[in-house]
Each structure stands twice: as C-alpha cells, then as structure tokens.
Design a protein around this ligand. Structure first.
Ligand SMILES: *[C@@H]1O[C@H](CO)[C@@H](O)[C@H](O)[C@H]1NC(C)=O
Ligand SMILES: *[C@@H]1O[C@H](CO)[C@@H](O)[C@H](O)[C@H]1NC(C)=O
Ligand SMILES: *[C@@H]1O[C@H](CO)[C@@H](O)[C@H](O)[C@H]1NC(C)=O
Ligand SMILES: *[C@@H]1O[C@H](CO)[C@@H](O)[C@H](O)[C@H]1NC(C)=O
Ligand SMILES: *[C@@H]1O[C@H](CO)[C@@H](O)[C@H](O)[C@H]1NC(C)=O
Ligand SMILES: *[C@@H]1O[C@H](CO)[C@@H](O)[C@H](O)[C@H]1NC(C)=O
Ligand SMILES: *[C@@H]1O[C@H](CO)[C@@H](O)[C@H](O)[C@H]1NC(C)=O
Ligand SMILES: *[C@@H]1O[C@H](CO)[C@@H](O)[C@H](O)[C@H]1NC(C)=O
Ligand SMILES: *[C@@H]1O[C@H](CO)[C@@H](O)[C@H](O)[C@H]1NC(C)=O
Ligand SMILES: *[C@@H]1O[C@H](CO)[C@@H](O)[C@H](O)[C@H]1NC(C)=O
Length: 840
C-alpha cells in the first residue's frame, strides 16, 4: 500500500480547489515583490511592478494586475495609484489579508499605502476563512467564507474596462465608477481623462477631460441590439447597458476564442478598444479609437450644427432651417459659433416640427417622466421655449416601470450628430417657423401641459429593467468595415467569425454550382454518401472544391416551392455567424433544388445528447458553451442581422456541432423576414416540432421571436437534464420535461435537474442559472418571456438578477409518435388541447 497516495487523496479531498495555492491570498501569507498570484487559467497576474519607462529612482513599486500571458507588461488595474512604494531593500512592501477580511498594502515600516474598506464581517462566520482570489477574468475578489464576494477590484477600475466589468451608476446616490486614465505612460496616478455614465441624466456615456466633455454618446433610445462585429480581430463585442431598479451599468463580453481585448482610456485622452494580436505580430492593435472624427468631438459643430457622419468625410452642417452664424468662419473650418435660424420662431402661430430621423440627439435635454408619444409632442408644442423633442419607448423587457423617454430641449442644441438609419438613432423633432400643420409632429397648443423643470431631474430617474446598447462606439465602424464583408466562395475554409451585416449584403454573391458536379461528388446521390434525412429531403456528405460539404437535396415533392427555396438560400447565405451553419453554395438546375453547407463532423446535438453511450462526451462546460452559443446565434437571427428572423423549428436536431463541439444552428430556411415594426406574424402553416413549439404557435399559428425563445427554453432543459423533451414514457411521473422541471424548480430542487452522467463536471450555479433561464423562456405568456438579448447577457454575466418564472406554457400532444407536423392547423386542431399547470 502506497500511503503517500492516500495522504494525497485526503489532501485533495480537504482542499476545496486543486489549484488553490497560486490564485489566492490567504490570511497570514502575505505577498511581497517578486512573487505573484496567478489566476487559475494563467491569464492574469497580481503582483508588484514598476511601470515600463518609469524614470524615477529609486524605482516606484505599484501593486497591480496585468496580463500574465502577454509578453508586453500591460497593467489593467493598479491599487496604490497615488501612493507608490519604493523598490529599496530596506522598505519592501507587502500585501496581506487581515483578519477583518481586508487587503492591506503596507511598507516595511508598517505604513499603510492602500487598503480595502470592507466593514468587518459580523456574525458567527469566521473572518479567518476569507480569501482573496484572482479570477480568470482579471478580477481580484475577497470572498467571505460562504463564497460571497465582499470586495472586488472590478468595482474600482483604473483605466481599463475588461470583459465582464461593469461601469455603474446608482440612481439614488448618483455615485458611480469611472475609468480614469494614467497621468503618463510611466505614471499610473490618475490623469485628467475619464469615462463613465453621466450622473445628471443617467442616460448617456461621456469621455471627459477633467470636467469638460470630450465626447458623448447619444441618450439611450431603448433598442436592445447587443453585439457588434470587429472584423479586424474576428471578434464580436457584446455590449450592453443594463438598468435595474437600483442602478444602470455598461458591460460587455467577447465572443468565444477571442484574443485578449480591453477598452482603455489612454493618457492622450482617447477611448480605445485594443486587442492583442497573437502569433506573428506580438503587439496591441487598436480596433476602435474614439472620438472617431474631428466633428464627433463634443460640441465641435457649435449650437444647431451637427456632425454628419453618414458621408465619407464626416463634417459639420447646419440643421434644417438654420444657416451658419458666421459664413466666413464656417467655410474656413471654424464651426464654434454654430448656426442660426433662417426664420425666427413665432411661437403659437405657424410653428411646426420637422422630423429628423437617424440622429444622435443633442445634449442638455430635460427628461419628462411618464409621457406617451403624443403627450411628449404636446409638452413641447405647448411651451414656446421648447425648441425640440425626441421620444423613445424604452420597453425592451416586460418588466414594469417608466418605459417612456420624453426628452425636451429649451436651450441651444449642441453636440448633435447624424448617424443615419442605424439602430440606436433617434428621431429629433425640431421646432421651426413656417412649417404648416401637415408637417409631421405638429400638435395642439395645449397650455395645460407644462414642463416642470425643477422636478424633472428627480422624477425622471429611469426605473426600468432592460438591456440596451451603447451604440456610438460601433457605428463609426460601419462604413470603414465594409471591405471586410467577405464573399463566400466554396473554397473559403476559414472558420472565423465572418459576419455580413444586414445592408452590406447586396454585394454578396452566392455561388451557383453545376448540378453535374454535385452528381459526381455524391456518386449520383449514392446511399453510401447519405448522412441524413431532413424534413425537406436527403442530406449527403461529399467532397466539393477540395472541401468536405453537406449537400441537402430537396425532395421534388417537397412543399417548398421555388420561391421558398430562393428565400432559404438567400437568407442563409446572408446570415453569417459563428453559431449558424454556413451555406456555401446552391444549385437550381432542372427542377433540382440543392443547398451546399459546410460539413460539421460531430453532426447534430440530439444524436449525442440522447445517446447513453455518447452523452458523457458532452460534459457540463461543453453543454454550457452550447447553450451560450445557441443563444448568441439566435440573438443574431432575431436582432443583430437587422432583419428579424424567426427560426420556427429550433431543436436539438437542428443544432450541429463542429469539431470542437461548438454549436451551429441549422435549417433556418423556414424563417421569415419581418418588417421592423411587425412583431408577430400569422401563418396558415405551422412548421415545427412538438414539444419545442410555443403554445401560441402550435395552437394559433402565431409566431414571433418569443416562440423561438420558448423552443430555446426547451432546448436548455434538454441539455441540462440530458433528457428528451417528451419521451414515450413519462419523466419521473410527469407528462413531459417542462412540467417536470417546473415542479422540481417550485420545490427548490432545481439543481437536481442536472443529468446524473455529468454530475461531476457541473457547476451548480450555472445549472441553476440555466434552469431558471429555461423556465423564464418557456413561460406561457410570450410577453413574459425575455428577449434573446437579455438571455445572452444573463448567461454571459451570470450575476444578473432574474425574475421569478411564471407557469410554463405547454400543450398536450395528441399522439406521441407524431414528431413533425406540417399540416394546416385546422387539420390538427382537434388533437391538441392547451393545458395549464397550476401552481400548488
Ligand atoms: C527591485 O529592484 C531590484 C534590484 O534593485 C530588482 O531586481 C527588482 O526586479 C525590482 N523589483 C521590481 C518589482 O521592480
Ligand atoms: C485581528 O488582528 C489584530 C492585530 O492584527 C488583533 O489585535 C486582533 O485581536 C485580531 N482579531 C481577531 C478576531 O483575531
Ligand atoms: C477607504 O475609506 C476612506 C474613508 O472613507 C477613504 O478616504 C479611502 O479612500 C477609502 N479607500 C479605498 C481604497 O476605497
Ligand atoms: C455570506 O456572508 C456575508 C457576510 O460575510 C453575508 O452578508 C451574506 O448574507 C452571506 N450569504 C449567504 C448566502 O449566506
Ligand atoms: C517606452 O519608451 C520607448 C522609447 O521611448 C517607447 O518606444 C515605448 O513605446 C515606451 N513604452 C511605453 C509603455 O510607453
Ligand atoms: C485637456 O484639458 C487641458 C486643460 O484644460 C488641456 O490643456 C488639454 O489640451 C486637454 N486635452 C484634450 C485632449 O482635450
Ligand atoms: C484594422 O486593421 C488595419 C490594418 O491592419 C489598421 O490599419 C486599422 O487601424 C485597424 N483598425 C480598424 C478599426 O480598422
Ligand atoms: C406614471 O403614470 C402612472 C399612471 O398614470 C402612475 O401610476 C405612475 O406612478 C407614474 N410614474 C411616475 C414615475 O410618475
Ligand atoms: C412601449 O412599447 C410596448 C411594447 O412595444 C407597449 O406595450 C407600450 O404600450 C409602449 N408604451 C408607450 C408609453 O408607448
Ligand atoms: C417652458 O419651458 C421652460 C424651459 O424648460 C420653462 O422654464 C418654462 O417654465 C416653461 N413654460 C411653461 C408655460 O410651461
């Protein structure tokens, strides 16, 4: 018997984490110069450093966090920005964790240079068990014995904004955090430049130089698009602003496998998105640099001027009805005096409002609470001092609160910008003389409605829960990135995050392939090459153009007509995202309709997940990644493609897995394009799969993005439990998976839902988050279900507080072996009944 092995096992059992020694700081084990604490995955290090290029002697020592896997010292957080230690042998500083659960940095003589301000933990819990840990995100966290984070460096940022960090502003106190630049490249002490949410409005983001604004984001318009593609680095940046009852914050995450990236306020006063280019070019590259143009600097175009960034060379212009205040200065490139009215306002008689779509609204507005669109217009029309208004309905979630955003302007309009018809732009209604009543926006002259200025700021506090995007950071990229709209060709083998965003797709070409080439490749559609049979035809695997492809031959008798086929081909080809199966080409010869897709070696999720011998290859981290990947793909279909695409048949069989088990959504050929303002559609034909279909779709043929959200909820549950949504047998006595999960959840046994075969790899928090999300997605009322933007955000960040789910929607299935229905609803109606599950 080898006793050392037994001792080792015992030690491992006692030790909560096998790598506990180097990513944490424990009581009584201080950190001193020369040693570091490294995050579990080796990505970040905490320790003492002297800034590169620092010239002072003796050298100054700072406690900070930097990228451990990047050769160039890049510090993302500094504790003692203003109180450096010196690097002499006589005064070695140390960082220690105290018995009050605080981190204290002190020099050799005991002088405290920096300390956290955690108030002593009261109660029975033993502070001795607290520990400071450096997480893989680069966040230094002090955890209390029960695992609660009682302090974290992410709440005290320096100049860097890392993925997962939150730039907050509390509504009640108007206190928040800002990114603050270094003073100089070798000096981490706070510089004059900062970035954060404007405490006055709680609606805008600013870059400041001291107290002077350098750049401003337009007021939030309520759109919930949450991702942008940085073609330069093949990375998606999922950026969101979340507003809860207490606070509003900006956060972001990056797509899987993205290189290191950070937003940073530079010593020169720029706000940049930087990315580390691995491999050959070992350097930080700048993916975004703001303010993007001269004229997008704050107030650059003067009062009533605006920066037109819809043109190749953005420049200042005067708003409609205005002309340069000083034509000579203006034409000489000095826009500071701005523009003046061509015709003075006459107030009540003859003024009207001109609608200017696609604008970033000006600064210095007053927000009037609780107004409908009409009331907002009347608010402005009824007050002669009001020169403009803008309205938005912030409602992106179903949570109650003031979802209105009525902004009115009484003074000069400054820092306006024309963005064009991009999501996130406002329509600005500008008061002008001499507009007749036919002009949009003219309202009655109700004097009853007043703008109560002194109370507005306090009552207009945004109390909503929602997600929206800080848009301005990206909109400047739209034009410059056009050249990255990679044309798909059959020889494209890159698996990067290629994305062709909505409008630029017109210069996109879908390759048409000769039917005979396909015949040759599949040996005349030999059974030996067949890999599957989908609803619309057979699928073959073949080599084409030197590449493995999946060939989908639509059966000639399929209901899918030529038009539907064309829809599917064009849609799929335009929509490109790493979590969507790529269409590489198509063929439409002699009545044959053929689609050529990328081939995915691990085929479909259901083949692995529901196979008892293979399901263990999907451990929990893999499943969680599949859930997140499908969520991102769906978000893209719903929102980011700027077309609203409803999948209508999302299920495990339509999720394919690549070689790295990353998910790709397949078969969105049934999807339909909506107009922007058309939220729901009625269809005569239901195309979907029992058990995954939302009740309103199965029963009434009404589908919307929310019916996909329902299907996604079912899919999550299948991944968590490893169980099919409805088997021939009941699930633990319940008629289907949804009802089973709902009952387990209600009984507080959500964590027991997890597939027993992956118990050892699972994170309880993640399992609970996923089960909770699944039940929210599957709620009966479509309006209660979250949008995919909220889903992605919650899954990425984990910490968002989620509402309590209501009853799931479901319907009993007439015949359990009827998997696919492609009938008209009328034919199947009598076999369906809607069942409510009442809470006990
Ligand atoms: C402190 O100075 C010593 C030599 O004086 C040097 O070897 C060491 O790297 C310095 N430490 C830091 C953190 O700069
Ligand atoms: C905490 O440490 C201080 C000195 O470092 C000591 O005086 C105090 O008794 C300690 N408190 C506890 C509860 O251990
Ligand atoms: C701790 O609190 C004191 C007083 O409230 C404050 O001056 C100091 O800056 C705080 N330190 C940190 C690291 O927050
Ligand atoms: C964990 O401990 C902290 C104080 O250390 C306490 O505020 C919190 O409520 C505890 N949380 C749980 C879940 O016990
Ligand atoms: C340090 O100085 C060198 C030479 O002046 C310069 O090339 C380099 O960019 C500087 N590094 C930093 C981090 O400022
Ligand atoms: C920031 O403000 C200072 C002082 O007001 C000024 O000298 C400097 O040029 C400004 N920098 C930028 C980038 O605006
Ligand atoms: C993208 O890459 C090009 C060439 O490498 C570079 O010049 C540019 O600054 C990068 N950033 C953006 C935002 O285009
Ligand atoms: C908004 O109006 C509703 C109904 O008129 C009222 O119940 C609510 O309190 C108002 N909210 C605010 C913030 O004024
Ligand atoms: C905002 O939009 C939601 C959903 O589109 C709608 O239900 C609500 O009535 C709108 N609110 C206002 C004040 O227009
Ligand atoms: C009109 O608006 C101005 C500025 O917002 C305000 O000071 C004034 O009281 C308002 N007048 C009326 C009649 O509401």
């Amino acid at each position: 018997m080898d006793w050392s092995a037994v001792v080792l096992v015992v030690l491992l059992l006692l030790e909560p984490s096998p790598c506990a020694s180097d990513d944490r700081l424990d009581l009584g084990k201080p950190l001193s110069p020369g040693t570091t604490i490294v995050s579990d995955d080796g990505g970040f290090a905490l320790g003492f450093f002297t800034p590169t290029n620092s010239t002072s002697t003796p050298a100054k020592l700072y406690l900070g966090i930097w990228y451990n896997d990047i050769p160039t010292l890049t510090v993302v957080w500094v504790a003692n920005r203003e109180t450096p230690a010196t690097n002499t042998t006589s005064s070695t500083p140390t960082l220690s964790l105290t018995n009050t659960s605080n981190l204290v940095l002190s020099d050799a003589s005991g002088v405290v240079l920096w300390a956290t301000n955690v108030t002593a933990v009261s109660g029975s819990s033993s502070p001795a068990a607290a520990a400071a840990m450096l997480l893989n995100t680069g966040n230094l966290v002090i955890r209390s014995p029960n695992g609660t984070a009682i302090w974290q460096s992410f709440d005290h940022p320096a100049d860097s904004f890392l993925p997962g960090m939150k730039i907050r502003l509390a509504f009640a106190t108007r206190a928040g955090v800002r990114l603050v630049s270094w003073k100089a490249p070798g000096d981490p002490s706070p510089g004059t430049f900062s970035y954060g949410i404007d405490a006055g409005t709680a609606l805008q983001l600013f870059l400041w130089n001291g107290t002077r604004p350098l750049m401003r984001d337009g007021p939030w318009t309520g759109y919930s698009i949450a991702s942008r593609y940085q073609a330069n680095a093949s990375v998606f940046v999922y950026q969101a602003i979340v507003s809860t009852d207490e606070e509003i914050y900006l956060t972001y995450t990056l797509s899987d496998g993205a290189a290191r990236a950070r937003f940073v306020v530079t010593v020169a006063g720029r706000y940049q998105l930087q990315s580390w280019k691995g491999g050959g070019s070992s350097a930080w590259s700048v993916l975004g640099d703001w303010p993007a143009w001269e004229c997008s600097r704050y107030g650059h175009c003067g009062p009533y001027g605006y920066c037109d960034n819809t043109v190749a060379a953005p420049t200042c212009r005067c708003l409609d009805g205005f002309e340069p205040a000083d034509a000579e200065e203006w034409s000489g490139g000095d826009f500071s005096r701005g523009c003046q009215r061509k015709e003075a306002l006459r107030c009540a008689a003859g003024d009207g409002f001109l609608a200017l779509p696609g604008m970033k609204s000006p600064d210095k507005f007053v927000r009037v609470a609780n107004r409908t669109r009409d009331e907002c217009a009347a608010e402005c029309a009824g007050n002669c001092s009001c020169v403009a208004y803008a309205y938005a309905n912030l409602s992106t979630t179903t949570t109650a609160g003031d979802v209105t955003r009525c902004l009115v302007w009484a003074g000069d309009l400054i820092d306006t910008e024309k963005m064009g018809d991009v999501v996130g732009s406002d329509t600005l209604y500008l008061r002008l003389a001499g507009l007749d009543a036919a002009v949009q926006g003219v309202r009655g002259k109700s004097n009853a409605l007043r703008i109560a200025l002194p109370t507005v700021l306090t009552t207009s506090i945004l109390i909503i829960t929602g997600i929206f995007v800080s848009w301005f950071k990206f909109r400047g990229k739209r034009r410059s990135n056009k050249e990255y709209n990679t044309k798909v060709s059959l020889v494209t083998t890159s698996s990067s995050d290629v994305l062709v965003e909505g409008s630029p797709a017109q210069d996109f070409e879908l390759p048409f392939i000769k039917f005979e080439d396909i015949e040759t490749a599949t040996h005349n559609f030999s059974e030996a090459y067949k890999i599957g049979q989908g609803g619309f035809g057979k699928v073959y695997k073949a080599m084409l153009g030197g590449q493995e492809v999946a060939i989908k031959r639509l059966s000639k008798d399929s209901e899918q007509g030529t038009e539907e086929f064309r829809n599917e081909a064009i849609l799929i080809a335009k929509l490109q995202h790493r979590n969507l199966v790529r269409l590489l080409g198509c063929s439409v010869e002699g009545g044959e309709k053929i689609l050529v897709y990328e081939y995915l070696p691990n085929r479909s999720l259901d083949a692995i997940l529901f196979d008892s011998s293979r399901k263990t290859s999907l451990d929990w981290p893999t499943r969680f990644n599949i859930i997140k990947g499908v969520a991102r793909g769906l978000l893209y279909l719903h929102q980011d493609s700027r077309l609203t695409i409803v999948h209508r048949d999302l299920k495990a069989a339509n999720v394919l897995l690549d070689a790295d088990m990353r998910p790709k959504i397949a078969d969105f050929g049934m999807a339909r394009i909506f107009n922007d303002n058309q939220k729901n559609a009625n269809t005569r034909r239901v195309v979907g799969t029992y058990g995954y279909m939302a009740p309103e779709y199965a029963m009434e043929g009404v589908f919307s993005v929310k019916s996909d959200v329902y299907s996604f909820g079912v899919l999550i549950l299948e991944l968590v439990t490893g169980t099919k949504r409805s088997s021939f047998n009941t699930i633990k006595g319940f008629p289907n998976l949804m009802i089973y999960a709902w009952n387990m959840w209600k009984d507080g046994k959500g964590k027991d839902l997890v597939d027993p075969s992956i118990m050892d790899t699972c994170s309880q928090d993640e399992v609970l988050l996923c089960s909770h999300m699944a039940l929210l997605c599957a709620q009966e009322n479509p309006n209660d279900r979250p949008f995919m933007s909220s889903v992605v955000l919650a899954l990425e960040n984990g910490s968002t507080t989620l509402p309590t789910p209501k009853n799931p929607g479901h319907y009993a299935q007439g015949s359990s072996d009827m998997e696919q229905i492609r009938d008209r609803i009328d034919n199947s109606m009598n076999s369906l009944t809607l069942t409510n599950i009442e809470g006990r």
